[in-house]
Write a protein that binds this ligand. Structure first.
Ligand SMILES: Nc1ncnc2c1ncn2[C@@H]1O[C@H](COP(=O)(O)OP(=O)(O)OP(=O)(O)O)[C@@H](O)[C@H]1O
Length: 286
């Protein structure tokens, strides 16, 4: 469903411009059966690169098995926040955090956190598909092998199950021994989702997973997110607000490192509480 929103003419310190954008009204989304539980929780959580505070005292609860979108202008800290959830930022020496970030109630940045186990539970798919230069089979079997699965029959089961879950089995089942780099960009990205699913994570972090894909491949990934909703907690960074409104249950809007608003996607896109959110979703600034 589409409607046109005229943004207000006043907007604090933001440059004034007439903004008219078609806003996709999020469809009614079914509640996931069972009790709603908090999977990830940030409490006054900040992330620094040296002295620079890229994410500022964020407090938010991410609900288990729902889809959460993270939106906001370039450089506002979306990816930095996402990457903190499986400690990918550890690879950057200047990066450090304050406050708390909890996964199932346990400190992600705790002294005794097992990062390998954390990254098994919290998988990540990046902007550009990045299959290994190996066969399709070996791409999917890579993680399970790393975690000690050696039995060929068991590996075959995992490979098939993961490729089916990622909605790519039918396209590749007759060429599992072929190099994954021979797949199209969209297929490669679904293969990367399958590779992540192969180690049975609980959380999927998707960092602009469709920005390098054409509309058809993008639609397949969006359909896939809907398929996986209810089985995994999914967080997706996207610049595409229509995508956020199509695929997510709740949306976080960041601006300059601050979490300005976090609400159900329906509310955030139709009745945002903060004027800055409204200005952003109506295209006053990007
Ligand atoms: N490795 C790094 N070292 C220093 N500063 C960084 C590093 N990575 C990101 N930053 C800075 O942190 C801030 C947040 O960056 P981040 O990539 O998280 O933003 P983003 O909202 O994901 O942006 P985009 O939408 O452009 O991907 C930016 O000011 C960026 O320049």
């Amino acid at each position: 469903m589409l409607m046109t929103v005229d943004a207000k003419e006043t907007s604090g310190s933001l440059p004034l411009q007439k903004a008219t954008r078609e806003i996709y009204l999020p469809p009614e989304r079914k509640k996931i059966s069972g009790e709603d539980t908090i999977h990830i929780s940030a409490k006054e959580f900040s992330i620094y690169y040296s002295e620079f505070e890229a994410v500022k005292k964020v407090s938010a609860d991410i609900m288990s098995k729902y889809v959460t979108a993270i939106i906001g202008p370039s450089g506002c800290g979306k990816s930095t926040f996402l990457r903190a959830i499986n400690r990918m930022n550890d690879l950057i020496p200047s990066c450090h955090t304050t406050g708390a970030l909890l996964f199932d109630g346990e400190e992600i940045y705790g002294k005794f956190t097992d990062e390998v186990l954390l990254r098994k539970k919290v998988g990540m798919v990046f902007q550009k598909p990045n299959p290994f230069p190996k066969s399709i089979f070996d791409n999917i079997a890579y993680g399970p092998r790393l975690h000690g699965v050696t039995d060929k029959k068991k590996l075959m089961e995992i490979v098939e199950r993961s490729l089916r879950k990622a909605a790519i089995w039918d396209e590749v089942c007759d060429r599992l021994d072929k190099n994954a780099l021979g797949l199209s960009g969209g297929q490669q990205q679904r293969l990367c989702v399958a590779r992540t699913l192969a180690v049975e994570p609980e959380v999927l972090l998707l960092d602009e997973p469709t920005s390098a894909l054409d509309p058809k491949a993008t639609a397949k990934i969006e359909d896939l997110i809907q398929e996986l909703r209810g089985s995994y907690t999914i967080m997706i960074v996207t610049h595409n607000m229509q995508q956020a409104s199509r695929v997510s249950d709740s949306t976080m809007f960041f601006y300059e490192g601050v979490l300005v608003e976090h609400a159900s996607t329906a509310q955030l896109f139709t009745n945002p509480k903060d004027s800055m959110t409204e200005d952003y979703i109506t295209g006053r600034f990007s």
